[in-house]
Write a protein that binds this ligand. Structure first.
Ligand code: C2E
Ligand code: MG
Ligand code: MG
Length: 715
């Protein structure tokens, strides 16, 4: 206030000239007014600021005029101008600062000071530039704040992102010092979080990991060397590392442009385990855990690949005998258990270098690699047969099976897995047809047999459309009245190049390949059609094999053949062997009962050659038993055959069945079977099987045709 005291001299006390000059030079505009609110003094700066002449602000000018002038210049107001003037001049002078804005953009800080003794002084400072600066500063400050906020948010987001990754992440600089790592990294390696800080060395982290036990199975030095090599190579690298605690970590290493690297660490233990499991499942049999076909092929291929002079590999193809019976009798769960025990027993027999595979069902393969001599293969095969034939104890029940084995030896029998397996299979086929429970080595002739068989198979399929089949008929003679009671239909194949082929040579193959079904259908139709031409009362007997019985269409085929031919069902006889009743007994018996209900007669053929279980005879009321010709053949020399014929005939007679003797070739045989109680005979003695036309000519033409007494006697 002292300054003011000096400057603000009252009107009556003129200022010194020097002071006045100084005041005019001030950057502030100054106006001094008296208590009447009239100008006492104004400096040059003031006039300049508001564009006023000295005349316009001469002493005595009312300050209200000055205010009006400012309004004219564009002073911005919040209230009406008159109110404003009134406000400004109407009140006591007191210290008051306002910032006045003008429409031309100028900003003037305006301060009123009270003066001792009344009146006052106003100062006017053009702060346009300063305010602009301030505003810019403020703007920049705001911008800075915004950027800082944005950075803060993005830092937060980055933090959140890296700490919520499922992978561990760490950045290292070119000095192998940690720049940053996320929570997951620390967690994966069980490192105490408070001991990890930016700037620490890779080796320090390695030490923390060794301490935590989250370290691969290598030494500290090996690990550091490995990581350094990766870092130095400056190339992206993915590695899979197994930790000592059993976990598997996938590390993706990516070099950074200015040196250093970023690495992600992912715990892939579970993924790895399921991969291993899938891989295992793709190569192993789920029931026994043995290798499967895929793995077997790979192992065999590998074994063949690493042959050294004189070495050999043996392929044993095993097929269990009677396994199906165990399955059928005890049920599938028991069958599965048995297969597992078989696998265990096999495992105990082989070497580490050998591979055992389950090929599905009850088939196994052992690859013995390598052997120096085939006797090593035969001795293993024999041990396998002996071991697998031992009794199995399953759920308190006892089961016995056997095994047949075919062996091929590489590279002699084949230098590819396919060839060796195929040849072992051929040898197995031989082992089985040689009576099972045995082993056979592959021989080239087996291949030849197989090829012949394949050709035969093709020929057989062609035979039906080509009309190469024919039925011959063999008379069956009633011994009591010496009359023909009927004929048995027996198939013949006129092969285009091989001539006449007997059924024994193609029926087993036809059964095996399922061709017996269409062929059998043709036989039934043909036999019924032929017999329908014969005089009433003559039977026709048709052989039906077990495979045909498994076909659900059999009943329909028979009914259709009867109705198409018009043959009475009572004139049709079906011959089955015991093997028909071996499988699917209930279903087979049901079909037999249905056939019988139609009036069709059922005969048990070849009795005595199969199981000859009397329960078969009990389970179904057969109309006839045909005693196999092997007994008839020996009846005159061999007392046991005689006894059998006698017993069966007695049994048949006792049960009300016809007893037919097959294959009667001599008068002595006829005499014996007749005296032992057989009621019918069939055989070359009376007639061979003959074509239908020949039967017609020899037996059915002319009067008294069925009385053949003279013929038998003549024979
Ligand atoms: P099977 O049903 O026991 O037929 C009797 C076989 O003994 C016939 O052989 C017949 O020719 C032969 N035979 C008859 N009397 C004598 C004799 O005094 N001495 C000798 N050594 N043999 C005699 P074939 O015709 O070769 O038939 C063999 C087997 O083939 C038949 O035995 C039968 O099981 C089967 N078979 C024949 N035709 C068919 C058919 O159409 N379907 C089916 N599923 N099997 C048939
Ligand atoms: Mg027969
Ligand atoms: Mg027979």
């Amino acid at each position: 206030m002292n300054d003011h005291d000096q400057i603000a001299a009252p009107r009556s006390a003129p200022m010194s000239a020097r002071l006045e000059d100084a005041i005019h030079l001030l950057a502030l505009g100054i106006v001094i007014f008296d208590e009447k609110r009239e100008v006492v003094f104004c400096n040059a700066r003031y006039r300049e600021m508001y564009g006023l002449s000295a005349e316009q602000v001469k002493p005595g000018t009312p300050t209200s005029d000055l205010i009006r002038h400012r309004l004219k210049l564009g002073l911005k107001l919040q209230i009406p101008p008159d109110d404003y003037i009134r406000q400004r001049v109407g009140r006591d002078v007191a210290l008051d600062t306002t910032v006045q804005e003008f429409t031309d953009g100028r900003i003037i800080a305006y301060t009123v000071h009270a003066m001792p003794g009344g009146g006052g002084m106003s100062t006017h400072e053009d702060v346009t530039e300063r305010e602009g600066l301030n505003a810019r500063l403020k703007q920049q400050y705001e911008l800075g704040r915004e950027q800082e906020e944005a950075l803060r948010v993005s830092n937060f987001q980055f933090d959140a992102a890296i700490n919520n990754m499922t992978q561990g992440l760490c950045f290292f600089d070119s000095d192998y010092r940690l720049i940053v790592c996320n929570d997951r990294f620390v967690e994966i390696y069980n490192i105490p979080a408070d001991r990890v800080r930016p700037g620490m060395k890779l080796t320090e982290i390695v030490d923390l990991r060794i301490e935590a036990g989250s370290f691969p199975a290598m030494t500290r030095e090996e690990y550091i060397r490995w990581r350094s090599d990766v870092a130095v190579s400056n190339e992206a690298k993915d590695s899979i590392v197994g930790l000592q605690d059993g976990r598997t970590i996938k590390i993706r290493h990516r070099p950074m442009p200015g040196g250093g690297w970023v690495a992600t660490h992912e715990d892939i233990t579970e993924q790895r385990q399921s991969e291993l499991k899938i891989e295992y499942m793709a190569h192993h049999d789920s029931l026994t855990g043995l290798a499967n076909r895929v793995l077997l092929n790979a192992r065999l291929e590998e074994a063949l690949g690493r042959f050294q002079g004189g070495e050999m590999v043996a392929v044993h193809h095993l097929d269990l005998d009677q396994f199906k019976a165990v399955n059928d009798t005890f049920g599938h769960p028991c069958g599965d258990k048995l297969l597992r025990i078989v696998a265990e027993r096999l495992r105990a027999l082989v070497d580490d270098n050998d591979t055992i595979a389950r090929m599905g069902g009850d088939e196994f393969v052992i690859v013995q690699a390598a052997i120096a001599d085939p006797t090593e293969a035969s001795s293993l095969a024999q041990r396998v047969i002996d071991t697998l034939s031992e009794t199995y104890e399953i759920d308190g029940q006892q089961a016995v099976i056997g095994v047949s084995i075919g062996i091929s030896i590489g590279p002699g029998d084949g230098s590819s897995p396919d060839k060796l397996l195929r040849n072992a299979d051929l040898a197995l086929y031989r082992a089985k047809s040689d009576g099972r429970g045995t082993f056979r080595f592959f021989e080239p002739v087996m291949d030849l047999h197989m090829q012949t068989r394949r050709v035969m198979e093709q020929d057989l399929r062609n035979a039906l459309p080509a009309g190469e089949f024919e039925l011959h008929y063999q008379p069956v003679v009633n011994l009591a009245n010496k009359e023909i009671s009927g004929f048995e239909a027996l198939i013949r194949w006129h092969h285009p190049s091989k001539g006449l082929i007997s059924p024994a040579d193609f029926i087993p193959l036809a059964e095996e390949i399922g061709f017996i079904v269409p062929m059998g259908e043709w036989v039934i139709q043909q036999a019924c059609a032929t017999a329908a031409q014969w005089p009433d009362g003559l039977h026709v007997a048709v052989n039906i094999s077990a495979i045909q019985f498994r076909n659900p269409g059999l009943m329909q085929v028979i009914v259709s053949a009867l109705s198409a031919s018009g043959l009475s069902p009572t004139r049709l006889e079906i011959e089955i062997t015991e093997s028909v009743l071996l499988h699917n007994r209930e279903a087979t018996l049901a079909v037999l009962h249905q056939l019988r209900a139609l009036g069709i007669r059922i005969a048990m053929d070849d009795f005595g050659t199969g199981y000859s279980s009397l329960t078969y005879l009990q389970s179904f009321p057969f109309d006839k038993i045909k005693i196999d010709r092997s007994f008839v053949k020996n009846i005159t020399e061999d007392s046991s055959s005689l006894n059998i014929v006698r017993a069966v005939a007695a049994l048949a007679n006792g049960m009300g069945m016809t007893a037919t003797a097959e294959g009667v070739e001599t008068a002595e045989q006829l005499h014996s079977i007749a005296s032992e109680g057989c009621t019918e005979m069939q055989g070359f003695l009376f007639s061979r099987p003959l074509p239908a036309a020949e039967i017609q000519r020899q037996f059915l033409a002319g009067p008294g045709m069925r009385n053949i007494r003279g013929r038998i006697v003549a024979a």
